[in-house]
Design a protein around this ligand. Structure first.
Ligand SMILES: [Cu+2]
Length: 333
């Protein structure tokens, strides 16, 4: 069953952190990535999770960021701001570096890795399994580096940039990833897998995308007007900064709680927030992680837009054990 950890009641954060230290201490495998030295292999994590009394973590549960979806707390170890690049590299962006070509998800095969879906046809409004493999030279990859608490991140969005979901499929021993997927309305969707495959001992970060179809009467949703302010689940999120092409610009996200004061942000998937950005027109994907600590209460990202255009930005953040998503339209000239 794909839904394990994320649907369990949130465990106390201190207990969670303690477990992680105990379980991973003996078997932790450190992989050095370009630009930052964090990471575990999913196979080693599975061994740790199989220990008596342990709870599966890193390969557990897909979950949506739908309003109200409960998630367990995550630790915030090993965080560094960086960008997942289209060419399979990861660029550290501390200090404001960044490339204008930090776009991914446009290809189903890249860097010697292919996203091979078992099924791409879905029915509107019906939860169905989505299964796929990541294949290298004809062989399914079974070893992945754990990046931001998960061996693989899957984002799904309709091609009009509505219906965003961020899921964490579960991998079977043969390398088949599966997650229950609910596509609410007809249309063409983009499923983008963000992962670091370890093939022959070499970690290869890559972002691969594939189209999913839902038959029926497609009613496109117009991109909302540009705004630096968004509300979600009673929270108000606003950002300061203007994304540009060429150089990474700071983007500071401030979250105000339902009572009007600053929201008590918690680490989610190893960071105080995640920013997933899609480009209108081709669903080009950029995923940025923030600086390790909030800056004056704001979550600080460095974002280099991969060209002019209109973008839809999805900011995931966690408060009181629940993940919320604020969405913004931004125009880059
Ligand atoms: Cu994820």
């Amino acid at each position: 069953m794909p839904d394990t950890l994320e649907q369990a009641p949130p465990e106390p954060r201190s207990a969670s952190a303690g477990f992680r230290l105990a379980a991973f201490g003996a078997v932790v495998v450190v992989v050095l990535f370009a630009g930052y030295g964090i990471g575990r292999l999913n196979n080693s994590v599975e061994r740790a999770a199989a220990a008596p009394g342990a709870t599966p973590t890193a390969t557990g549960g897909g979950h949506g960021h739908d309003p109200g979806g409960a998630t367990a707390p995550h630790d915030d170890t090993g965080t560094a701001p960086h960008v997942h690049n289209a060419d399979g590299t990861v660029t550290g962006v501390a200090g404001g570096a960044g490339s204008a070509e930090n776009v991914g998800g446009l290809a189903v095969t890249a860097a010697g890795l292919t996203l091979a879906p078992a099924n791409t046809a879905f029915q509107a409004g019906r939860r169905q399994p989505f299964s796929f493999r990541i294949v290298a030279a004809g062989v399914p990859v079974t070893t992945y580096a754990v990046v931001h608490d998960k061996p693989l991140h899957l984002v799904v969005v309709r091609r009009d940039l509505s219906g965003y979901q961020h899921l964490h499929p579960t991998m079977a021993a043969d390398g088949t990833w599966s997650v229950d997927l609910l596509l609410a309305a007809p249309g063409s969707y983009r499923a983008i897998a963000d992962l670091t495959a370890v093939v022959g001992g070499r970690p290869t970060p890559v972002t691969l995308g594939v189209d999913l179809t839902v038959p029926g009467t497609y009613t496109p949703v117009a991109l909302p007007a540009p705004d630096t302010r968004a509300t979600t689940d009673g929270f108000t999120v606003s950002y300061a900064g203007q994304p540009q092409t060429g150089t990474a610009q700071p983007l500071l996200m401030t979250v105000t709680g339902p009572g009007g004061g600053p929201a008590a942000l918690e680490p989610y998937l190893g960071a105080f927030g995640h920013l997933v950005v899609f480009r209108e027109g081709d669903v080009g994907y950029v995923h940025v992680h923030p600086e390790p600590r909030p800056v004056d209460g704001a979550v600080k990202f460095w974002l280099a837009a991969p060209g002019p255009g209109r973008y839809r930005m999805f900011f995931d953040f966690q408060v009181a054990g629940r993940v919320h998503t604020a969405a913004f339209t931004a125009v880059v000239r």
